[in-house]
Design a protein around this ligand. Structure first.
Ligand code: HAM
Length: 434
């Protein structure tokens, strides 16, 4: 019988050791930057109640309509208008963080809560370059009652830009826009419907439905004819109240003050329903059609809508896989190397070598061996492959004298070391391990 060969599910990817070094370097950079800005890590479950996403992201959003990966055994109802039951793998981090903020009454602990996450997200999309079913986000959410401030929005945007810079990504654009308050958004929906009245017949069937149900989604449609219609729309910020206009002006002024390059794009509305006021996107032309490196914005009503206190909030998420695609090729990250590789050509010496290897590790030295008594040459090759700084050779003659040969792999120098002095000798030669 030919046994079935399994592969990773479509739209997912194994991250192998030569890539994980890059991921770790990115994550470490991110953690460093995030702590400079006062963020603390939050880890939420990978699945949540389906209704949480439907209510926050929006029933008519593409994510909820088409991309929810809902656990089959959970007897789920996903019909529009119904309260959804069951469990869904999280498609994004914001809803889960808001749920945790409310559940743990984080508003009572600090006036402003700054959280970050580095986590996998799941969306049942049609996979293509830069678009996966399991992908990873580095995200931040800042929440607190009466904390809306153009300065805070600017700081959050600057943080996203600095993260991209710290990963060596240079070729990206920042586009910002404002949706205004919930009332302003209603005005904007009215303006859009009015301008689209005579044009909607030229749009795709999906957008013809979106016209009634969620007109903002038409602005994100990738269909050729819909894009042409959207290009003709004239949006000038007239949906905004004077207070919302002032808020946005302050944001633009602060970004200029902080030396951030940006453009205002009045057609950015974002695919998730919870946004109010500031929205922004970071795109890279090098990514092709899936060009968003990250995106975010303010969502001042979501905490209250989900049953929490009235709290303002702002955040963003950067897509890790897309950032890795956009990183310059030449920025390779080295695999971690061993300090010492034990070379044991005689079976009889394996016991003592294993004991000493454990002793070196307990002393904080990274040691390895082949676990087999292959030829000296082949074990030396393995030591080289591991990038070992030293090889420790347990040859027969030296071993009977209670010593082993320590070889500096870079300089080629060799010295005989008494077995019970091995740890001390290595520590003396490896200043970073002391
Ligand atoms: P989003 O625009 O849906 O926003 O996703 C943010 C980023 O995640 C995208 O710009 C992209 O880099 C990455 N991403 C999204 N979907 C995929 C996919 N299928 N494959 C690969 N990468 C993907 C949010 O998720 C919001 N929660 C951001 C936010 C946080 N807003 C406020 N706070």
């Amino acid at each position: 019988m030919i046994s079935k060969k399994f592969s990773a599910p479509r739209g997912t990817a194994d991250i192998l050791p030569e890539e994980t070094v890059l991921w770790q370097s990115l994550e470490n950079q991110a953690r460093q930057q995030l702590s400079l800005y006062g963020y603390q890590e939050i880890r939420t479950p990978v699945f949540e109640e389906t209704g949480l996403f439907a209510r926050s992201i929006g029933q008519t959003s593409d994510v909820v309509q088409k991309q929810m990966l809902t656990l089959a055994s959970q007897n789920t109802t996903v019909d529009q208008g119904k309260e959804l039951s069951g469990l869904t793998l999280r498609p994004e981090g914001t809803a889960a963080v808001v749920r945790a903020y409310i559940e743990h009454r984080l508003d009572t602990k600090e006036s402003l809560t700054k959280l970050f996450y580095i986590s996998p997200m799941f969306r049942g999309e049609r996979p293509q370059k830069g678009r996966l079913r399991q992908f990873h986000q580095i995200g931040v959410e800042v929440l607190g009652p009466q904390t809306a401030s153009a300065y805070l929005d600017a700081e959050v945007i600057v943080l996203a830009v600095n993260l991209l810079n710290s990963f060596g990504i240079k070729d990206f654009q920042l586009k910002i826009n404002t949706l205004g308050t919930r009332e302003d958004k209603c005005n904007l929906a009215g303006i859009l419907r009015q301008q689209l009245t005579s044009e909607i017949k030229n749009c795709c069937p999906d957008c013809q439905q979106r016209y009634e149900r969620n007109v903002f989604r038409i602005l994100d449609c990738k269909n050729h004819s819909c894009k042409a219609v959207v290009a003709r729309l004239k949006l000038d910020g007239s949906h905004l109240s004077p207070a919302s206009q002032k808020y946005f002006q302050e944001l633009c002024d602060t970004l200029k003050l902080l030396n951030v390059t940006f453009t205002v794009d009045t057609k950015i509305v974002r695919g998730l329903d919870y946004y109010t006021h500031t929205v922004f996107e970071l795109t890279s032309p090098s990514l092709g059609s899936q060009d968003a490196l990250g995106a975010g914005g303010r969502y001042n009503n979501l905490v209250e809508d989900l049953g929490g206190p009235a709290a303002d909030a702002v955040g963003f998420a950067l897509g890790v896989e897309r950032m890795i695609l956009a990183r310059p090729e030449h920025q390779k990250v080295a695999m971690p190397a061993a300090d010492v590789f034990f070379i044991v050509p005689d079976e009889a010496n394996l016991n003592e070598a294993a004991r000493l290897l454990e002793e070196t590790r307990r002393a904080g030295i990274a040691g390895d061996m082949s676990y087999q008594t292959a030829s000296l040459k082949s074990q030396m090759r393995q030591a080289n492959k591991k990038g070992a700084a030293f090889a420790l050779i347990f040859g027969g003659d030296e071993f009977s004298r209670g010593t082993a040969t320590l070889k500096d792999m870079k300089e080629g120098e060799q010295q005989e070391v008494v077995l019970n002095q091995i740890v001390a000798t290595l520590l003396a030669k490896l200043p970073s391990r002391r």
